[in-house]
Design a protein around this ligand. Structure first.
Ligand code: DOR
Ligand code: ZN
Ligand code: ZN
Length: 417
């Protein structure tokens, strides 16, 4: 029986051991090719057919090597709600799920609304074992803080009710926010999706529509996607792709936006196929079992550990191509957020890699999870295709169900994205 294991031999900073990954099928230029990868000083040094030598060697025969997954939407709960998750536990879950970079949302308790709040979060995140970046929050009253912050993914605007109290409804406040911050991600549902798009067109923003879940929403977005005034990026979660209302057995399956019908789910898959959908991100939203069983259960499900296995299983079932998975969870997140030096296996790029075994079959089990909440909506589900080794900045942080505690880094966003 597999048990989760954490090695707490904390190694601070970068480990500069050279690493050779041999005989794997490497994902380069939209296809697989057998090559050896040499990693030095946290970067990909060489991709070659020749034999290579390094201080550490991994034999990837029969396995696929992908760039690390970039989960562009997570809630790691720190600072403030470390009893649900913290940057160490959440990043262990990430590593176990093949995720080498995550972007963390600002609806903490208290929320991230000032430059000082962001700085405190930056300090807390230093214990993460995968790379990370942050969104900045707004309550409509902190517009003066916008100019004091730098290197964030986008501003996050909550237009509908969900965990936290950051909802903004007033049109003039929303307009002012869209005017003052170029890149905006929104939690917008139903008619608020159109409202967000119109505000973004008016103010020429770059708009990221989080967790789109219904047929009406995606059809509306399709009509606006080619507008000339603003770029629109669309995100979907694994739970909306793989679950419907019918699966909502209890409060553990309650999240915002809620699960929809089969008809909606089909529309999301169609949008993946026709390119309307840009990204899959987990909306990893851990809450404790006690909270979920309470009279007023909070919205949200964990997901960072299970996204890649779910998607690889879908590849095995011919529902997706490996190219789709790489485009939606690696290439597009890297490009759309302008994350420097990530998202590709290429000489000079950061050595963020995941080795996957497409033939490995395993059942998701609550007891094996690294997330602090220790439950998953996928508990009991057998999946084929799993990450087996995760490499962050050239360091092996997850291998054979074991975690190595090595600190990672904050990502850098390109301002010209
Ligand atoms: O289900 C959700 N949970 N949706 C959100 O928008 C927020 C998240 C959370 O933070 O718990
Ligand atoms: Zn949301
Ligand atoms: Zn969220």
């Amino acid at each position: 029986m597999e048990e989760r294991q954490v090695c707490r031999n904390i190694i601070r900073g970068e480990v500069r051991m050279s690493l050779a990954i041999k005989n794997g099928q490497i994902f380069i230029n939209n296809g697989l090719i057998k090559k050896n990868i040499l990693v030095e000083n946290s970067k990909i040094k060489k991709i070659t057919n020749n034999n290579i030598k390094a201080e550490k060697t991994i034999d990837a025969s029969g396995k696929i090597v992908l760039p690390g997954i970039i989960d562009s939407h997570v809630h790691m709960r720190e600072p403030g709600q470390e009893y649900k998750e913290d940057f160490f536990s959440g990043s262990c879950a990430a590593a176990a799920g093949g995720v080498t970079t995550f972007l963390d949302m600002p609806n903490n308790k208290p929320p991230i609304l000032t430059a000082l709040d962001l700085e405190k979060k930056r300090q807390a995140a230093k214990k993460s074992i995968v790379n990370y970046g942050f969104y900045f929050g707004t309550d409509g009253k902190n517009i003066n803080e916008f100019k004091k912050i730098s290197n964030v993914a986008t501003l996050k605007v909550y237009m509908d009710k969900t965990t936290g109290n950051l909802i903004i409804n007033d049109e003039s406040v929303l307009n002012k926010i869209f005017m003052r911050f170029k890149r905006i991600a929104v939690h917008a549902e139903e008619e608020n999706v159109e409202r967000a798009i119109k505000l973004a067109i008016k103010n020429k923003n770059q708009l990221h529509l989080c967790h789109i879940s219904s047929r009406e929403e995606i059809n509306l977005i399709r009509n606006f996607k080619n507008n000339k005034e603003c770029k629109i990026f669309v995100e979907v979660t694994p739970h909306h792709l793989f679950l419907t209302k019918e699966d909502e057995k209890n409060s553990f399956f309650m999240m915002k936006p809620g699960l929809k019908t089969k008809k909606d789910q089909d529309a999301l898959w169609k949008a993946i196929k026709d390119g309307t959908m840009d990204r899959i991100a987990t909306d990893h939203a851990p809450h404790t079992i006690t909270e979920k069983e309470s009279e007023n259960p909070p919205y949200g499900v964990p997901g960072i550990e299970t996204m890649l296995p779910l998607l690889l299983d879908a590849v095995n079932n011919k529902k997706l191509s490996l190219n789709d998975v790489v485009r939606l969870t690696i290439k597009n997140p890297a490009e759309m957020f302008g994350i420097k030096n990530k998202g590709r296996i290429e000489t000079g790029f950061d050595a963020d890699l995941v080795i996957v075994d497409m033939k490995k079959t395993k059942t998701v089990s609550n007891k094996n999870l690294f997330t602090k909440c220790r439950w998953s909506p996928w508990h009991g589900k057998e999946l084929r295709g799993w990450p087996i080794t995760t490499i962050v900045n050239g360091n092996v942080v997850f291998n054979n169900n074991k975690i190595e505690n090595i600190n990672a880094k904050e990502v850098m966003f390109n301002n010209k994205r």
